[in-house]
Design a protein around this ligand. Sequence first.
Ligand code: HEC
Length: 115
Amino acid sequence: MKKPLAVLMFAAAASAAGAASAADIVANPKAAPNKIEQCIGCHGIPEYKTAFPEVYQVPMIGGQSAKYIEAALQAYKKGDRKHPQMTPTARVLSDQDIADIAAYYAQQSSATPNK
Ligand code: HEC
């Protein structure tokens, strides 16, 4: 009778620790500038179109909500959303990078697009 209880308590402790580590990510927009150098090349120019592998318009991300940006990057990272440029870009970002970048772009307004 004692053993199963110990296993159960261990499992509960482990899952509590797992939940804590996900909540540990605190978005820090000040850490973003050196993580977004590559993003600026495509997202930094209003109305910008890039020409590889085909001509497509790059959406504005400055001023969008952090939740939206974070969800979009996570979707590319997990493969739920696919794009030849964004999939490899998002794959190399950590969850912390994504939180920092989302917070950074969310602080911008349409008057200061994507800087
Ligand atoms: C080579 C060009 C390129 C680079 C570099 C790039 N992006 Fe993108 N990004 C795009 C294009 C094109 C789309 C639209 C793709 C689509 O339709 O799914 C996009 C979409 C997005 C979206 C979703 C926008 C929306 O309205 O749904 C986010 C968020 C985003 N990029 C963030 C980033 C971040 C952050 C970086 C840098 C870490 C980055 N991108 C680097 C071209 C680029």
